[in-house]
Write a protein that binds this ligand. Structure first.
Ligand code: HEC
Ligand code: HEC
Length: 363
């Protein structure tokens, strides 16, 4: 009898011990789980932060969402119903559906290659880090070293017509140019003069410590891009339309080698936060390496040429990744095209410093 009760107590003790161990293990699993989710996604601290914002906001309206700390476009519903508003709306249409109006079979003029401005300036030039126009109205006219002149918005728009759309310049007095400029100015109307707002343009990705690799980029391209842009980069026309369903990335219908996208830093930064289609900053489907490599691959393929002999009158001002010589820094065209860029940057900084110390010595 006594033996039995003792056994019973022992079993009870073991069961309690097991319960305690199970509880501790479960607790550990939960804690580790939460930590891992936080480390990989940061979701809890974000929720915590936004609940703090709700708590500390004195305004009667609680802020349900953190306002993004980057530029967002004004609401198109606020475009006035005036002749000026008409012009702004027409400008937006020209950006979004350039091919319909100004492409090879355009209804107004035939001066460009069938792409839309919007193919590269996503969501009519409003998408965060989608090569948007957020800082154009505030920073133009400005000196640009490519032309060596003070450039107006008109000149900058025509640069894209002549290079990105491999076409002809629009007359600055045309209704079309006036509309495009009116729209771009309207988009940037709330940005203070001289300011470049966060989220505008294209992200500058950190440099790789090696040259970007077209061979590695080909693999990325075939896995993540070819479904839409096609294996041969020729894209796919939209049925019953003058526009592209998937615009071409190389070949005769694509941007020419004087275009901004022909610099791999521009193409890589664009791709990182916008492609495959649907990707949005701050999320991305490519690592920085994949973005640089796929850009190296795309810009190794054939495309229309442009006479660039008038560009960069001061060759010391060429961007690190401008791929055509002559250069003042002693690096060759290949390294300027694919990198590694850090050594070029360091050399240029050293040259700049010695130029300054010579100036001081001469004083
Ligand atoms: C093939 C892609 C492509 C197409 C199509 C294109 N652009 Fe661009 N555009 C670029 C790139 C790349 C830049 C340079 C961005 C940078 O330097 O970070 C640029 C720059 C600009 C800028 C200056 C932006 C700034 O912040 O300084 C304006 C304005 C502009 N484009 C207007 C247009 C217009 C208008 C069209 C259509 C007629 C057009 N672009 C079509 C790729 C394109
Ligand atoms: C699901 C289809 C799809 C996939 C996948 C995709 N794209 Fe695109 N891409 C598009 C569309 C559509 C546009 C034009 C967007 C617009 O007009 O709003 C575009 C535009 C572009 C542009 C600018 C326009 C041009 O033709 O020069 C580049 C560059 C680009 N994509 C590169 C890539 C790269 C690199 C990948 C792979 C990492 C990729 N895309 C994957 C659909 C896709």
């Amino acid at each position: 009898m006594e033996n039995k009760t003792q056994n019973y107590h022992e079993i009870l003790a073991i069961v309690k011990l097991l319960q305690a161990i199970t509880f501790l293990v479960l607790l550990a699993v939960v804690v580790i789980g939460i930590t891992l989710v936080e480390v990989y996604t940061g979701v809890f601290s974000r929720v915590f932060k936004s609940s703090q914002i709700i708590a500390t906001n004195n305004n009667s309206q609680p802020l349900l969402k953190e306002k993004p700390d980057y530029w967002t476009a004004p609401d198109t519903a606020t475009i006035p119903n005036t002749p000026e508003g008409e012009l702004i709306r027409y400008g937006r249409n020209l950006i979004a559906h350039t091919a319909e109006y100004l492409g090879q079979n355009g209804s107004v003029m035939q001066i460009s290659n069938g792409m839309n401005c919007q193919n590269c300036h996503l969501e009519a030039g409003t998408k965060p880090y989608g090569n948007n126009y957020g800082s154009v109205a505030s920073t133009y006219p400005k000196f640009r070293a490519r032309s060596g002149t003070n450039e107006t918005i008109v000149k900058r728009v025509n640069d894209c017509f002549e290079r990105s759309l491999n076409g002809k310049a629009l007359d600055s007095n045309s209704r079309e140019m006036k509309a495009i400029v009116a729209y771009i100015k309207w988009l940037g109307k709330d940005v203070p003069k001289e300011q470049t707002v966060k989220g505008s343009g294209i992200v500058d990705l950190p440099f790789l410590d090696r040259a970007a690799s077209p061979e590695k980029g080909k693999l990325v391209y075939e896995q993540k891009c070819a479904v839409c842009h096609k294996k041969d980069g020729s894209g796919e026309p939209k049925p019953n339309s003058k526009e592209w369903l998937y615009p071409p990335l190389w070949g005769e219908k694509s941007y020419n080698h004087g275009a901004g996208m022909y610099r791999i830093s521009r193409l890589a930064g664009y791709v990182k936060y916008n492609m495959p289609l649907g990707v949005k900053y701050p999320n991305s489907q490519l690592t920085d390496e994949e973005a640089w490599d796929v850009a190296a691959y795309i810009n190794s393929m054939p495309r229309p040429a442009k006479d660039l002999s008038k560009d960069w009158p001061d060759i010391t001002k060429k961007p690190l990744d401008h791929p055509f010589g002559p250069f003042a820094d002693g690096f060759d065209e290949k390294q300027h095209k694919f990198g590694p860029f850090a050594p070029i940057k360091a050399k240029r900084e050293a040259m700049e410093k010695s130029k300054q110390s010579i100036k001081i010595a001469q004083k």
